[in-house]
Design a protein around this ligand. Sequence first.
Ligand SMILES: NC(=O)c1ccc[n+]([C@@H]2O[C@H](COP(=O)([O-])OP(=O)(O)OC[C@H]3O[C@@H](n4cnc5c(N)ncnc54)[C@H](O)[C@@H]3O)[C@@H](O)[C@H]2O)c1
Length: 283
Amino acid sequence: MAAISSVGILGSGIMGSGLAEVVARAGIDVVVRSRSRAAADAVVASIDKGLVKAIERGRATEDERAAILGRITATDHLGAVADCDLVIESVVEDLGVKRALFAELEEVVKPGGILATNTSTLPVVELAMVTKRPELVCGIHFFNPAPAMKLVEVVRPITASDETIATALEFATTCGKDAVEVKDRAGFIVNALLFPYLNNAVRMWEQGTASMESIDTAMKGGCNFPMGPFALLDLVGLDTSLAILDALYEEFRDPNYAAVPTLRRMVAAGHLGRKSKRGFYPY
Ligand SMILES: NC(=O)c1ccc[n+]([C@@H]2O[C@H](COP(=O)([O-])OP(=O)(O)OC[C@H]3O[C@@H](n4cnc5c(N)ncnc54)[C@H](O)[C@@H]3O)[C@@H](O)[C@H]2O)c1
């Protein structure tokens, strides 16, 4: 099993940015690819901003900053990930978009390169099957914010080889994460258990049981959760949350996964949470 020494990250959203930082901090070269060069450059600028703050607080040095930034290349060119040992796709949670991207990756990435997805819920096997290397395709699911969250779920579609899964688990460990292996089922472990709770919190608020502030305060104080369900939905992104619920419902038909109307309406209105500066709370 060869260690991963270069990683391509596709997508420059919340997760693409976080992943680029995690991988570069782990001492591995990263190519961040976005559809626009400006968005890819913005990822590097935001990582640098965080490093400058860390230096001010005495938590990083100028040498570390230079080393981390020196490992990151920003690009809008998909061919730039051709020589990467591992490519992690982290674009919008939409199966059609991801399938099209995996078909392109098959053409571009060197033979033997592992193709992974950071999807929260979509069937990884469907991405594997648009490539000619399904044994080299798996899920590597990081959590938000990626630099802070300890967990990575390594998702094993029935097509993946043992070596691919072992390499993905070792890569996650190299990134300083606690890695767990899970079968390719919508929501894997965490989101399959978390999203009925988030969805039912919105339902409880819709029914007028309590204000959203009270529900957030209750779940923090009563369960020792670091944030309440509304703050967490805003952090995850309401569009991503809706896509996760829809994928869970599609797979299991469990009413707890049927997205409550408020969530769907908020997404239609463009209230997506922190990233659009307005969700359940204003930002
Ligand atoms: N937000 C979370 O908490 C979280 C956590 C873990 C995993 N994920 C997963 O990570 C992935 C990205 O989520 P995010 O939260 O970073 O989303 P985001 O909305 O912040 O970013 C989405 C990215 O996809 C790109 N994109 C949109 N449409 C595209 C298209 N047609 N072709 C190519 N790129 C396109 C956007 O330019 C952007 O770079 C999703 O699969 C999501 O399920 C999200």
